[in-house]
Design a binder for this molecule. Structure first.
Ligand code: XMP
Length: 324
């Protein structure tokens, strides 16, 4: 009979057999549930012959890199390298405002950084790296077989297909038979922290597509602080699990405000929170007015550079979840 416990044992045995006694495996981790659970299962199967790489692209949320590092190394014992590539990413994004161009730059830069880092890993065994871990889930398998629609542009970012070709790596996909909720069960069972297991999805291009228009350190700081306040309040009000995804987008517009007896002229934050089953369609989440009032007041008071907060009440379709 199929149980998650049996799945873990079978999958670990399958990985060990596939990889053999000496081969080495690399994989990218993002701080999300799929890559973390994938990394954890690889670590259980082959220990330090699995090398996880986390690329800090400078587009992450508040304290993200530190938290991922602590959770994966101290918490889960995974062999992890963190690469700080902030300057490279931001340098390449300079002056770029088109969302699809931003996505392409971020995706391609990720591949370059990952490959460079992978090339630096010299396993003690003297073996070359042979396999690449990928956190493919069952719905991705189905979709790539049966559907080549408009969502391809989105998918191009998550999949690291370029890595396979350039590095001649073989693919290893421990989650390819599982649905998302099963990956979460598996994570809980394997000791991945609860908060990480139940995290909202976060796009690969990160805050790069939540800072609308040109991305730079100053704009990222504003988006990051607003996002942290919004999520903190959602959690404090016990709403995190009810909401499928929540985000703060920084709009490239200035608006007049007043602080004390000073007239201000600063930017606008758009809050968005949605409920959805599959992210193909989504409804905006109906907060109590009191909640929105509190978040808006905190953001304007605590985040320098914001004069106004709005709440997005558009469903998908016609609006997407992200603003870019
Ligand atoms: P949209 O905005 O298309 O978002 O309604 C649907 C879901 O996909 C995420 N998303 C992305 N994920 N790379 C990703 O890895 C991307 O370029 C990207 N764009 C959107 C979005 O956060 C939501 O969960």
């Amino acid at each position: 009979n199929w149980t998650m416990e049996n799945f873990i044992d079978t999958e670990i045995a399958r990985i060990r057999k596939l990889v053999g006694p000496t081969a080495e495996v690399i994989g990218a981790v993002s701080g999300g549930v799929d890559s973390t659970v994938g990394a954890k299962i690889m670590h259980e199967a082959i220990g330090t012959r699995f090398h996880a790489i986390y690329v800090d692209n400078g587009l992450m949320r508040l304290n993200e890199t530190e938290t991922v590092y602590k959770t994966l190394t101290e918490g889960l014992g995974i062999n992890l390298t963190v690469v700080d590539a902030t300057d490279l990413f931001l340098g390449r994004l300079k002056g770029v405002t088109d969302p699809e161009k931003k996505r392409k730059i971020i995706g391609n830069t990720f591949i370059h950084v990952f490959e460079d880092e992978a090339a630096k890993i010299k396993p003690a065994s003297g073996q070359e790296i042979e396999y690449l871990l990928q956190g493919t889930l069952y719905p991705d398998v189905i979709e790539s077989i049966s559907f080549k629609g408009p969502s391809q542009t989105i998918k191009t970012h998550h999949n690291v297909g370029g890595l396979l070709e350039n590095m001649k790596l073989k693919l290893i996909e421990p989650l390819r038979e599982l649905f998302k909720d099963e990956v979460r069960d598996l994570g809980e069972l394997m000791g991945v922290p609860h908060d990480l297991v139940w995290r909202h999805p976060f796009p690969g291009p990160g805050l790069g597509i939540r800072v609308l228009g040109e991305v730079n350190k100053e704009q990222l700081k504003i988006a990051r602080e607003a996002d942290a306040i919004f999520i903190e309040e959602i959690k404090a009000h016990g709403l995190y699990k009810e909401i499928s995804q929540a985000l703060a987008a920084l709009l490239p517009v200035k608006s007049v405000g007043v602080m004390g007896d000073q007239r201000t002229y600063e930017q606008v934050i758009a809050l968005r929170a949605v409920e959805t089953v599959d992210f193909m369609t989504a409804d905006w989440y109906v907060f109590e007015a009191k909640f929105l009032k509190k978040v808006a007041s905190r953001i304007v008071n605590e985040v320098d550079g914001v004069a106004r907060v709005t709440y997005d009440i558009t469903s998908k379709p016609p609006a997407t979840v992200e603003w870019e």
